[in-house]
Design a protein around this ligand. Sequence first.
Ligand SMILES: *Cc1c(COP(=O)(O)O)cnc(C)c1O
Length: 371
Amino acid sequence: MEECKVRVERSQAKKEKPDAQELVFGRVFTDHMLVMDYAEPVGWHDARIVPYQPITIDPSAMVFHYGQSVFEGLKAYVTPEGEAQLFRPKKNLERLNRSNDRLCIPRVDEEFLLEAIRELIALEKDWIPKAEGTSLYIRPFIISTEPFLGVAPSHHYKLMVILSPVGAYYKEGINPVKIAVENQFIRAVKGGTGEAKTGGNYAASLKAQEIADKSGFAQVLWLDGVEKKYIEEVGSMNVFFKINGEVVTPALNGSILEGVTRNSVIQLLKHWNIPVIERRISVEELFEAHANGTLEEAFGTGTAAVISPMGQLSWNDKNIVINGEKTGALAKQLYDTLTGIQYGTMEDPFGWIEPVPDYQKLVEAVSQAGN
Ligand SMILES: *Cc1c(COP(=O)(O)O)cnc(C)c1O
């Protein structure tokens, strides 16, 4: 077992854990969080697991004014044997550093951060819900904290990792949703920050989402920012279409977020010898495919929902129903396989699973020695 490199300050009071049936996304947080600071010239330092608590930062902290921040989202799962495990966490930490590069935030040591996250999960293992479809959502994020109103990269940052037990995304199995093609607002453009996981992208997406919500749509389908012709993403998910036996997903073009689920779906399809292609796809092509009966399935992919089928799609005055508004066979197969691997009930031929060793005793020993 590796040596513990993270200082641990244990919470004195333990919160009550929510009932697995009543879990909602992102409302309840566990007893501890991971914190690390960045200052020049020392760099990232003082990694510590401390009781979950509010933080104090200066009102002039740069993040409040110019939005220099990045985040990640992944999950910890518990297997039927009671082991905690992570799904492709290295991909998330690589992406965190790509987001960092785009936002002029100093890179983090991916191996060290993964180790620190493992220790946090091990300490909070009892918080991973066990009911079917539930998991512990992991939210690493970095904010700029230097008290300064100048438009420039900050010299100080804070990294935090907070954990939230989350319920089954679909209470009654996966359900196809209604989607509206967004013609007015744009999520991201090539050269902008679309491929970085940064708060500003989500702030910019709220208006379209709000309008779509009022008209009874679950999400919007984003088009490219230049021609408003080509499909980019759906809500905050990547998107796939099965047309005439072939699976198509928009190619990464600089404005699309490279999802870990997207990458996993592509690998699974290749593994199953199902043709999959990354290319530009226009909304017009999609509606034509529907008209000539070749649009078989459409679904979004992301960590939160895993696979989210589209039942209806609206574009201007046209509305199409996809696959009779039922979950397609491919969407179902992908969902079952991904969740099977994530929860350890299916074999993982790809090496996607990272176990979380039981550091509990080690953490305890170190924390007592440090007292
Ligand atoms: C996080 C995110 C995704 C999905 O990424 P996963 O790694 O699969 O969770 C897709 N699009 C956007 C805009 C996102 O923020």
